[in-house]
Each structure stands twice: as C-alpha cells, then as structure tokens.
Design a protein around this ligand. Structure first.
Ligand SMILES: NC(=O)c1ccc[n+]([C@@H]2O[C@H](COP(=O)([O-])OP(=O)(O)OC[C@H]3O[C@@H](n4cnc5c(N)ncnc54)[C@H](O)[C@@H]3O)[C@@H](O)[C@H]2O)c1
Length: 330
C-alpha cells in the first residue's frame, strides 16, 4: 500500500470507463494515494456509469463525459498521461447478442483507436486492460489457467478477446507497455444493482435490501468472486510493475462457491431474505459457460497478488454500502 502510494503520487492517470463500477473504485483509490486522475465515461444509462460513484471526490478528479468511440477526443485526453486504465466496455453478454455492432464498436474498434492514439501521441504511456474470463468459454478443465483455449460463447467474448490481444500486440510490436487482466466475477460497492445487466449479484442485493425474493437461475454452477478492492490492487500492481508488460493474468477469488450457496450466504449475512430457483431462461442458457473458477497462480508468482478480502467479508461490506446508499443506485 505504502509502496503504491509513493509510486502513484503525482502521476497522471486516465481511467476509461471511470464512472463505472471498477473504474470509480479505482479513481477513488488513486485520488487517495495522490495521483492526478482524469475519468472518461459516456454515461449511457444501460451501462454501469453513475455520477454518484464519484460523490465525495468530484472536486478532486477531472471528469470528461465523452465516448471512447470518438477517436478525435482521444488524442486530447491521452496526451501527457502516464497511466491509462482501460476499463470502458459494454459488459452485457445478452446485449452483445441482440446488438452485436455496438459491442464491436466499443469493445473492439474503440480499443484499437485508443492504442493508435497512444502509438502516435503518447508511446511512453503504460496501459492496463480489463479483460474477462468470458473469453475462455465453457471450460475444458478447472481451475482455468491462462493456457486454456479461448473459445468465446458470445459476441462480447469475441470482441473482448480481440481488445485484449490488440493490447498485447501493441506491447510486443510497438513497445507500448500494456498488460491485460482477465477478471472473474467482480463485486462490491458501486456496481450496478438496478438490474442484472452487469452482474446477477447486483440485482440479488437490490431485492434483498428491498425485502423482495430474488431469482437464482440454475444454482449448481460453480463460480469464484473477486472483491473490487482486490481487483484494484491487481490493476495498480500491474501498472506499476514492468514485469507485467505484455502479460495476461487471471484474477480469482478466495473460494469456489455454487450460486445456490452464494444466495444462502447472502441471506445469512443480511439476516433475512428469500430466493427462488428457476431454470435458466433459454436465451441465457445458450451463452452460459457452466462452471468456472480461475487458476491465478501466475499473477501470484509474478506480481505477488492474492485476493485478500474473504467472500463473506466482501459481501457484508457490499450489503452495508447499499443499505446506506440505495437511492444513488435505483
Ligand atoms: N465486473 C466484472 O465482474 C467484470 C468481469 C470481467 C471483466 N470486466 C471488465 O471490466 C471493465 C469494467 O467493468 P465494470 O464492471 O466496472 O462495468 P461498468 O459498466 O460499471 O463500467 C464500464 C464503464 O464504461 C463506460 N463505457 C462504456 N462504453 C463506453 C464508451 N464507448 N465510452 C466511454 N465510456 C464507456 C460505462 O458507462 C461504464 O461506466 C469492463 O471492460 C468489463 O468488461 C468486469
């Protein structure tokens, strides 16, 4: 922590998707450790961006409401920055099937525009890209390591895979330092809870707090979960350490849990609540990846990262946050 503080103090950091769940938590942390932070977000209402996410730090960050698909504004945003945290994305798997071109524009084409801008106007910048476990598709074996075949099951996975690989290519060919983290289910304060577009955990928490039963689809699927502070630690270490350049790392969680067990744990921590089990809706079933949990040995061995916040503790912190700030997220 102290090491990160002395490292990032005074550094110019730009966060694409910085009003979203992970981006805003990263912005808060970077402000905390003394970095000069610019957040870029287009605030499309169906995505996770929310101005409430930066409440309390609005005077300490520069906010640009703009779209990473607008390649002309990118030059002015990226020039002069030391670190670029590339978290802007269309995250809904189902939406990527219903509107594949928007997903293509944001998760693939705009990623190339960001990298081209760096190539021409800021080749000394360091980039961390938020990739996803979705690109593995249905696992052939568990836990899934980075050598696992990539076989995405939806349009979002294909575009995120391309976005990730562009970053590694620009690192290898042009020397623009970049690395990618394949995030698994990430949860915590400031995630979208209005609906299940970003994560089912969000809508479960909303219904729990509102005293309504929530729906569990299937229930037997195994998953791992990373608390957002742990994901941010991984992002910051990857930015700081040059041995991460050109690398791709899985993130993971402290335990593996079925969705039904997760529902039970949430009800227990909340002290009340009900859920019902339903079969997967057919459109979701077709793009579901079944059981997944990550092998994150590589990042542990290379960068010393480990998830530190146990699931129970992380869920408790998340519930407390939304009990206090529910109105900011409805
Ligand atoms: N949360 C997870 O569990 C998870 C898992 C795997 C990967 N990821 C990746 O991490 C990144 C951040 O995810 P998140 O969970 O914080 O989601 P999020 O939706 O809260 O954040 C993404 C942000 O990007 C913004 N954005 C989208 N398109 C944009 C555009 N064209 N121009 C500018 N801003 C735009 C959105 O408004 C939103 O604020 C995403 O790239 C996502 O694919 C997240």
């Amino acid at each position: 922590m102290d090491e990160l503080k002395s490292f990032f103090a005074g550094k110019k950091c730009i966060i694409m998707g910085g009003l979203g769940f992970i981006g805003s938590n990263l912005a808060r942390r970077l402000v905390d450790i003394g970095a000069c932070v610019t957040v870029v977000d287009n605030l499309i209402p169906e995505y996770g961006g929310n101005l409430f996410n930066i409440s309390g730090i609005e005077e300490k960050v520069r906010v640009s409401i703009s779209d990473v698909r607008d390649s002309h504004s990118l030059r002015h945003l990226i020039e002069g920055q030391d670190y670029l945290f590339n978290l802007a994305g269309q995250t809904s798997h189902l939406d990527s099937m219903e509107d594949p071109y928007t997903d293509l524009e944001i998760n693939c084409r705009a990623q190339l525009s960001i990298l081209e801008t760096c190539r021409f106007y800021n080749p000394g910048i360091k980039i961390v890209f938020a990739s996803t476990r979705q690109i593995y598709g249905k696992p052939d074996y568990l836990p899934v390591d980075e050598k696992h075949l990539l076989r995405p099951v939806d349009v979002n996975g294909i575009n995120k895979m391309a976005g990730e690989q562009y970053h590694i290519l620009y690192n290898n060919v042009y020397g623009i330092r970049a690395c990618a983290l394949r995030l698994t289910n990430t949860y915590g304060p400031r995630m979208r809870i209005r609906d299940a577009k970003q994560t089912f955990v969000g809508i479960w928490i909303r219904f729990l707090i509102e005293g309504e039963p929530f729906e569990v689809w299937g229930g037997e699927q195994l998953r791992d979960f990373t608390y957002v502070d742990d994901a941010i630690e991984a992002i910051l270490i990857s930015a700081k350490e040059d041995k991460a350049n050109g690398k791709i790392f899985n993130l993971g969680g402290d335990r593996v849990i079925s969705l039904k067990e997760l529902a039970e744990l949430l009800v227990e921590i909340n002290g009340a609540g009900k859920y019902t089990i339903h079969p997967f809706p057919p459109d979701r079933k077709k793009i579901d990846i079944g059981d997944y949990y990550a092998d994150f040995k590589q990042i542990r061995e290379t960068l010393g990262w480990n998830p530190r916040v146990p699931l129970r503790e992380g869920l408790n912190r998340t519930l407390l946050f939304y009990k206090e700030h529910l109105q900011g997220y409805l």
